[in-house]
Design a protein. Structure first.
Length: 119
């Protein structure tokens, strides 16, 4: 059995990640694990997406809907090889990355050093 993860906005199924509230007004984005080039834990701050509830955090990052993002200090960038990467803020970043790692997503190892600073 493969590791799974679920919170209010993110659900890791057997074949893909489903991100609720990604599209306007409440559309769900489905990202198959095989289409992920990398997943990267990032530190959030006022200039790096923490204050963004939904939408563009920069020209290359789209933050999915998360009204609780302002209270979180880390997120995960999902790179599908396209210009714009998805920024998600799971309730438990370590468990989310462990689920991605179990599906073979590059860069998704949850252990090791703390979050990188990048967005």
């Amino acid at each position: 059995m493969t590791a799974t993860y679920r919170d209010t906005w993110i659900h890791c199924t057997d074949d893909a990640i489903r991100i609720r509230g990604y599209y306007f007004p409440w559309g769900t984005k489905k990202i198959p694990y095989g289409s992920l080039a990398a997943a990267k834990r990032v530190r959030l701050g006022p200039m790096t997406g923490q204050l963004r509830i939904w939408g563009t955090a920069s020209w290359t990052v789209w933050a999915s809907l998360d009204p609780g993002r302002m209270r979180k200090s880390e997120g995960v960038l999902l790179d599908t090889g396209r210009r714009v990467r998805a920024l998600v803020t799971p309730a438990d970043a370590g468990a989310f990355l462990a689920a991605l790692d179990a599906h073979g997503v590059p860069g998704a190892r949850s252990e090791g050093a703390g979050p990188d600073v990048e967005t």
